[in-house]
Write a protein that binds this ligand. Structure first.
Ligand code: KIV
Ligand code: ZN
Length: 388
């Protein structure tokens, strides 16, 4: 069977940017958007045009500069929102309006104080109206994760009948378990009339740390678009991390699914977004954290020095990290000392290494991490000067 394309919908500049402290200025947004395009994302969600003049301008500016990716603007299922989104997208080569409404009983009862029937009508009317501006309409059923599947299927059917091209099934509150989310996508695939006319999309939040697992489970049961952000930035505990889902598809589903992402740019893009948003990446973050390819225990270091694949399931070069690092700590063994000494120009004999090792352990206990300068100083003062 041919490998199927999974579309990557990046919402770093919309769901990611709505986090307090992550606001970008116009120049920074253009810089990030161009990097996302170079990375190979299929859709860039550029903002929520009605929310502020700044967001309107961002969507307008990105519509001018982005030429390959689809540029998407968010709206509620409200005519004014949709009209403003269409205006902001006027210059986009590939415009998409993303409109939608809450479909869970919690949203219907408490947020809208409406009935299911009214929500169904508002959803269909919004898509019909949006369709009068652009061809490509994505519909989101907010809080789909906690929406009754039978009602969700009726909403999906109604918006497809009005021309929705993509159905976004957000787990807005990060509530679902992977098997529940997978079952929801499967249910929609099997029960929505006309489902073949639209792409099912995942949009998972990370409140229980399940966003990546849920997105992949969704793909396994029929979703063909993943909504995600660089470094997983986003509301509360964040969104699905782009770098994680892309590398899972690459490493574990080769031949079955593919994306258009140039994975060698992942590390660069992660650092750019982290710096521009002033949002540090945790060192142990999968794929892009500083420690993602660092080895510090003696057993692991010995293995990696002999053969990288003993403790690494992907090549750091594939994500734009130029080497695995062997970090020297009090847990390091002789193999690591010999390796790092050689890198800084000291090819130690067995006796020299034995002598260096005892001194090294004392130093490592005080320093926590031994850098190249510390190592060189130790070798010079304790081994070579002593031997002279
Ligand atoms: O999490 C969510 O439900 C959203 C929608 C607005 C798409 O971000
Ligand atoms: Zn969201």
């Amino acid at each position: 069977m041919d490998s199927e394309k999974i579309h990557i919908f990046d919402t770093t500049l919309r769901d990611g940017e709505q986090v307090p402290g992550c606001k970008l200025n116009k120049k920074e947004k253009i810089e990030v958007a161009l990097s996302l395009e170079a990375l190979g994302v299929d859709i860039i969600e550029a903002g929520f045009p009605i929310s502020s003049p700044g967001d309107f301008e961002s969507v307008t500016e990105l519509s001018k500069v982005i030429r390959n990716a689809t540029v998407c603007g968010l709206s509620r299922a409200v005519e004014k929102d949709i009209k403003v989104a269409a205006e902001a997208l006027a210059l986009a080569k590939r415009p998409r309006i993303h409109t939608g409404i809450g479909t869970s009983d919690s949203h219907i009862n408490f947020k809208f104080k409406a009935t299911r029937g009214e929500i169904l009508e508002r959803a269909a009317a919004a898509v019909k109206y949006a369709k009068s501006f652009v061809e490509d309409i994505e519909f989101y059923a907010e809080d789909a994760g906690r929406t009754d599947n039978e009602f969700l299927a009726r909403v999906c059917e109604a918006v497809i009948a009005e021309g929705a091209t993509v159905l976004n099934i957000p787990d807005t509150t990060g509530y679902c378990l992977p098997e529940e989310y997978a079952a929801k996508i499967n249910y929609l695939r099997e029960n929505v009339k006309g489902i073949h006319k639209a792409i099912l999309s995942t949009h998972c939040h990370n409140d229980l740390g399940m966003a990546t697992a849920n997105s992949i489970a969704g793909v396994q049961f029929g979703a063909r678009q993943i909504e995600c952000t660089i470094n997983g930035v986003g509301e509360r505990a964040g969104n699905t991390a782009l770098e994680e889902v892309v590398m899972i598809l690459n490493q574990r589903f080769k031949g079955k699914y593919h994306t258009g992402i140039n994975t060698k740019l992942l590390n660069f893009t992660s650092k750019l977004v982290s710096e521009r948003m002033s949002m540090p990446v945790q060192p142990n973050k999968a794929i892009v954290g500083d420690n993602a390819f660092a080895h510090s225990s003696g057993i692991h270091q010995d293995g990696v020095i002999k053969e990288r694949t003993t403790y690494e399931i992907m090549d750091p070069l594939d994500v734009g990290v130029d080497h695995s690092s062997i970090v020297l700590t009090a847990r390091s063994g002789r193999a690591a000392i010999a390796y790092r000494s050689k890198l800084i120009g000291y090819d130690l004999t067995k006796n020299e290494l034995d002598a260096a090792y005892d001194h090294f352990l004392i130093l490592a206990d005080t320093l926590k991490q031994v850098g190249d300068n510390d190592l060189e100083h130790l070798l010079k003062s304790k081994i070579f000067d002593f031997a002279k």
